[in-house]
Design a protein around this ligand. Structure first.
Ligand code: ADP
Length: 397
């Protein structure tokens, strides 16, 4: 009976996925990092009451009134999947591996990491190991079945697709993969795999009639050998670190978009298919602090560009959800409102599949930003299924 129940639950879950216009939202709370414990405020009150389906997260917000009395408010949010701090890279990848797999069948898939700077976006996408510096890429050769435990989604996804391709050879399928790595900074595209001076070329986004997107004057690297993904990521990181000396913390102020294009042809049946996977590490979603930064013109411009593109992304996903609910494609989707959404136009909506991973810090000092992130994700999630997922649990005086 338990098995039957599980099957029913799975089927319902799949139906919900279909209803939602192929948009899912996951939440991942990172652990406290060494040295962080002493920070004022300590850990935030975050609970994970749903031990069966892992879909709920509850944050307790404590506010102090002018009279000095404390008011506690527990806010509950429900998503497709909530990962607790101890979740491993492998556990997170297992929840996306089906989505990654569908790229081999010709789907376009986009996975976003959203959250404030320091919430674990790069850890989720690229991976970091405690003994290595931040942004040093942890990466094992493609033909090794289990990568390093610290590896993030990019190397894991490339390896999985590579291995699937190897397995399909006996059925006549031959696959080629190529990778591209772009950065969008201040609404300008830069090529993380390019040559010559960073920022020096102007890149244009082109969509052709067949639904293929190209960006002019950018480098695309073949990914057909075991060591190539490591080489690609190392090259992107070294270019990024050069750019970082030009402007401190630039990587957290820009979006980075890794695109893997997979083309398959069947030498027996003559069939062919093409799919594409975008893994996007979004710019930090933190709000501009009222002190300091507002006076810095460059910082203000960066912040405006980030706000514009993140809200454009929220609008696009929300209107895709509305289009999905209405069962018609006629709804206007405002892709053109930012470089990011325009670049990903062919991988958002239609037959494509979208996942947003919301990264959260576990610290009390970041509770305000965490709530903002959860509200953004709720907006993205809510429109698609038409239910209120944010619920006040209790309001005690
Ligand atoms: P972001 O990309 O959002 O700015 P990072 O991925 O750089 O954040 O994460 C900030 C710090 O927290 C890094 O030192 C990173 O190694 C660490 N970290 C993030 N997520 C995890 C995790 N799930 N497990 C262990 N350490 C993590």
């Amino acid at each position: 009976e338990a098995q039957a129940n599980e099957q029913i639950r799975r089927r319902l879950h799949n139906q919900i996925q279909e209803l939602k216009g192929n948009i899912r939202v996951y939440v991942r709370v990172r652990p406290v990092v060494p040295g962080e414990k002493d920070e004022a405020g300590g850990q935030a009150a975050i609970e994970f009451p749903d031990t069966r389906d892992h879909q709920q997260i509850v944050l307790t917000n404590t506010t102090e009134s002018a009279m000095g009395s404390q008011r506690k408010e527990a806010l509950s949010f429900t998503f497709d999947r909530v990962f607790e701090p101890q979740a491993t890279q492998l556990e997170v990848f297992e929840e996306v591996s089906q989505l990654v797999q569908s790229v081999v069948d010709g789907y376009n898939v986009t996975i976003f990491a959203y959250g404030q700077t320091g919430s674990g976006k790069s850890h989720t996408m690229l991976g970091t190991s405690p003994v290595r510096m931040k942004y040093m890429v942890v990466c094992t050769p493609l033909n090794v079945s289990q990568g390093s435990p610290a590896e993030g989604m990019i190397p894991r996804a490339v390896r999985q697709i590579f291995q699937t391709g190897e397995g399909m050879r006996s059925k006549g399928w031959e696959y080629t993969m190529e990778g591209q790595f772009l950065e969008i900074y201040n609404e300008t595209i830069n090529d993380l795999l390019g040559y010559g001076e960073f920022d020096s070329k102007k890149h244009e986004i082109k969509h052709d009639k067949s639904g293929r997107t190209t960006v002019t004057d950018t480098v695309t690297l073949p990914l057909n050998g075991p060591s190539q993904v490591a080489t690609l990521l190392a090259r992107a990181e070294s270019r990024r670190s050069v750019a970082a000396t030009l402007m401190n913390q630039r990587s957290s102020r820009s979006h980075s978009v890794f695109t893997l294009r997979v083309s398959g042809t069947n030498t027996i049946t003559g069939e062919s298919c093409e799919g594409c996977l975008n893994l996007v590490d979004l710019a930090g979603s933190e709000r501009l602090s009222s002190s300091g930064a507002a006076n810095d013109k460059d910082r203000l411009r960066e912040t405006q560009a980030i706000n514009k593109s993140l809200s454009a992304l929220g609008d696009v996903i929300a209107s895709l959800g509305v289009a999905g609910d209405n069962g018609k494609q006629a709804t206007h989707i405002p892709y053109r409102n930012s470089k990011l959404t325009y670049l990903l136009q062919n991988s958002l909506g239609g037959n494509s599949k979208t996942l947003m991973i919301l990264n959260l810090s576990p610290m009390a000092a970041h509770l305000g930003e965490s709530l903002c992130s959860l509200r953004f994700a709720t907006k993205v999630n809510n429109t698609t299924i038409g239910r209120a997922t944010a619920k006040k649990l209790a309001a005690a005086p």
